[in-house]
Design a protein around this ligand. Sequence first.
Ligand code: ATP
Ligand code: MG
Length: 260
Amino acid sequence: MAEPARNPLSESGANALELFGVGRSFGALTALADIHMTVRAGERRAVLGSNGAGKTTLFNTITGDFPPSTGEIRFFGEDVTRFPAQERIRRGLRRTYQISLLFGGLSVRDNVYLACRGVSRSRFSLVRPKWDDATMEQAERILRAVKLDDIADTLVGNLSHGQQRQLEIALALAGAPRFILFDEPAAGLSPTERRDLVAILSSLPAHIGYIIIEHDLDVALRVSERVTMMHNGRIFKEGTPQEIENDPQVQEIYLGGGHG
Ligand SMILES: Nc1ncnc2c1ncn2[C@@H]1O[C@H](COP(=O)(O)OP(=O)(O)OP(=O)(O)O)[C@@H](O)[C@H]1O
Ligand SMILES: [Mg+2]
């Protein structure tokens, strides 16, 4: 019997991200090779892998910071492979960086406000920036969501490392994000700050999906519905947190001391 007709667009519209054979080389080095990956809209995914596995490079190809050398990337069904980073941001893609890019001389509130304004600003605006109420309100909402409202007036340069990482999450929430890439937000956090991070991620609106790069298996398994394991620029395993936790190969890597 013939298969029922399928509408490829509406099907892939249910997926936030689809990667088909994505690869990235830097000269002779293959940082990423033949990545096939599908993440549903609203899905929370963790990516794990040793140093140099290609995790950040994967993010760079998705955001357009370093477009892929091969393959295709679809964002909510649309082929964005050759789009500049700004076009992907306009479509609701956000990221945080492994290395902080904050404005140290401004307050927490100003940073969040500027991020909200930056996303909504019209490109050819000739008017001087004004503090408008709607953007201000959005900034306050985000500050509460990431529990930074108590220290909104603190200069960013005076924040602890953990508070800076919280602020980076706040900046990624500016505008109307549909999907966020978090690059090791838990790195360098104390156990208490890690718990706060898990709570913040868990309380994000359900329609916002994300991929989180995380070295700590324990955190990764708690904040994701599926886990992707990478090694040497390739995906070598994918499954539910439970499948990954019980996987002999993963146990060998994470409990056998082979993780570096
Ligand atoms: N811009 C670049 N130019 C040259 N080589 C790069 C560049 N970015 C990444 N690489 C190389 O690609 C490989 C993958 O790096 P990547 O940063 O993606 O790893 P990672 O999994 O994020 O590692 P880590 O856990 O240390 O952050 C590494 O060998 C790295 O040196
Ligand atoms: Mg990295």
